[in-house]
Design a binder for this molecule. Structure first.
Ligand SMILES: Nc1ncnc2c1ncn2[C@@H]1O[C@H](COP(=O)(O)OP(=O)(O)OP(=O)(O)O)[C@@H](O)[C@H]1O
Length: 345
């Protein structure tokens, strides 16, 4: 757990970057800091590992006041990932990842073995480990940045716009990877972003700041989307709040029925039982895009609107058809998700 208690940061030039911040960031969870440019997100993050010292107030990590710890040791015990990955250009990828274990006194061999293991964890090949950072794509460099931050197995990970410089497709992949890793590792993560969708996707809690370093609201994404504290938060979350809320719900809770066979549409399957295509009564064939239980209600809504059949084909983890769900059923659940969120908030 990271605890901010009335933390204030005023820089020598008179700028107040963080204004009396009191905020708990739960252990093993992802707390996302969002807000417009200059509202104090990075300063908040950097006070946790003492790259910036607060003017007043206290910050505790795991119950210990950070100012009472040696700053260098503290920094080594907290992973830190930034947008430009911050890799050493003249060291190979493997050596970049091994840096912190080496600093912590692990022998060279052990540090490199750990680095090789982490390469795999973040989805890179052993071959990539032999290259230099400039020989990797932006997305791959970010993966290396994450691997390096994880190298000392720190309980806390600070991530400052880590995926800000990559294209949207790679960004989604990196977010997926982080969610997968987090399921295994349960780190206490503080994540800064400008992107509301990224915040909703990754955050267990989202803290919204406004200029002057004021915290406006901190809540789980569903609560924030259903009940923004004020117009500032509502505007910040954007016009599609309702759709974003559906991105948090999964298709698993929506019932399914048998696939149609012989009416206006037939869902044709291959020998393995996987959906192959839709066939109309007059033999028109259309592609099918099946969804799994873990897909979001938003994806289901999108597919139900896009599919001329008005049906969403559903498959199990192996891609085998389990049934179909109608557009009406999905709409009903979407409406219910909204009313439930409003009541719960
Ligand atoms: N070293 C410094 N000296 C003076 N002012 C600073 C310093 N660092 C940051 N600031 C100011 O403090 C305020 C908060 O900055 P900070 O970088 O924390 O904001 P941010 O929300 O992370 O912004 P961005 O999203 O643009 O990265 C800004 O007005 C910034 O100009």
């Amino acid at each position: 757990m990271i605890q901010f208690d009335t933390v204030h940061k005023r820089f020598p030039n008179g700028t107040t970057a963080v204004h009396d911040l009191t905020l708990d960031m739960p252990e093993g969870g992802v707390t996302v800091l969002v807000g417009s440019s200059g509202c104090g997100k990075t300063t908040t993050l950097r006070m946790i590992n003492r790259m910036v010292e607060p003017t007043s107030g206290t910050i505790k990590v795991g119950g210990k006041d950070v100012t009472e710890q040696n700053a260098a040791e503290l920094r080594r015990s907290i992973g830190y990932v930034i947008q430009q990955s911050g890799l050493f250009p003249h060291r190979t990828v493997l050596d970049n990842i091994a840096t912190v274990p080496l600093l912590l006194g692990h022998g060279r061999r052990k540090a490199r073995a750990r680095a090789a293991e982490l390469l795999e964890t973040v989805g890179l090949t052993a071959e990539a480990g032999k290259r230099y950072p400039h020989q990797l794509s932006g997305g791959q460099q970010q993966r290396v940045g994450v691997a390096r931050a994880l190298a000392a197995d720190p309980p806390v990970l600070l991530m400052d716009e880590p995926f800000g410089a990559v294209d949207p497709v790679v960004r989604t992949q990196l977010q997926d990877e982080l969610l997968r890793l987090q399921k295994e590792l349960s780190k206490t993560i503080v994540f800064v972003t400008h992107d509301v969708d990224e915040a909703v996707r990754l955050g267990d809690r989202i803290a919204i700041f406004r200029t002057g370093g004021h915290l406006v609201q901190c809540a789980p994404p569903a609560e924030l989307l259903a009940r923004p504290a004020d117009d500032f938060v509502a505007d910040f979350l954007g016009a599609e709040r309702g759709l974003k809320l559906l991105s948090l719900k999964t298709l698993a809770e929506v019932p399914q029925g048998p696939a149609p066979d012989g009416g206006a549409w037939t869902l044709v399957r291959d020998e393995a039982g996987k959906p192959a295509h839709w066939r109309s009564a007059d033999a028109l064939e259309l592609p099918v895009r099946p969804l799994r239980d873990g897909d979001s209600l938003l994806a289901a809504l999108d597919e139900s609107l896009a599919s001329p059949t008005g049906l969403v084909a559903r498959v199990d983890a192996d891609g085998v058809l389990t049934g179909v769900t109608s557009r009406d059923e999905i709409h009903r659940h979407a409406g219910r998700a909204h009313s439930e969120a409003r009541v719960a908030a």
